[in-house]
Write a protein that binds this ligand. Sequence first.
Ligand code: SF4
Length: 244
Amino acid sequence: MKKTNNFRSFDEVLRSFLDRREKEFGMHRDNDWWHASSLGLCMRKHYFRRMGLSVSNPTPYRIRFVAQDGNAGHAWREKAAKSMGVLIACEERLRDKKLKYSGRFDLLIELQGEKVLIDIKTQRPEAFFRRSRKSKGEQVENFQKQQLASYVYFAKKKWPDLKEARIYYVDRGGGVREEFSFLFKKERFKKVTDELKTLNKYWEKKKIPPVDKTWLCKFCNYKDVCKKVEKSKLNFKQVIQKYA
Ligand code: SF4
């Protein structure tokens, strides 16, 4: 006889799906790398993730649903680029064994004979308009530039003539779009490699990086662990024993 399930609503089905997928992802996570998506942000948080610590402050479902919908929006844009004959590569994994870097860019396309790397950022309407109201130089966060520059730096090893990258913001509620182009210079690439070298130094010495208090701490998955590490001055080994 077919076993009945215990789901009381469709929303519960979706929440359980996300939980299961996150658990499976956690079990198969390759913790041997620094991930592009954490560059330019708190090094301690990045470090905790690589240590494989259990999250003490899970991301609320509301935010996880928004992220899922954002990812789903990438699919049709990828199809469109392919169909219009401009797609060179998509969702390609970039790795550097020496610097322990791992990243995956959204799209690499050809525009007017030039290769252009595209990073798609779907935003909630409030976030989109809060960002677009800022002054010109501040509309793209520094950490997003750092992540984008890392894609270009490592993708250049395969496509040496790649020069340009763009962040393509989409307002998920109203359909407004904004595209920002970057031609990164050597100094920006150095910032990327310097950050990775610093992380590697902390890792080799088994030293936990200092706290980096910003407004983002409010959303950090390791907020409670971070406080306890700070309060009790726990070292690498003690943190692994308690929280991994
Ligand atoms: S709470 Fe803040 S300082 Fe601590 S790990 Fe998270 S982001 Fe970094």
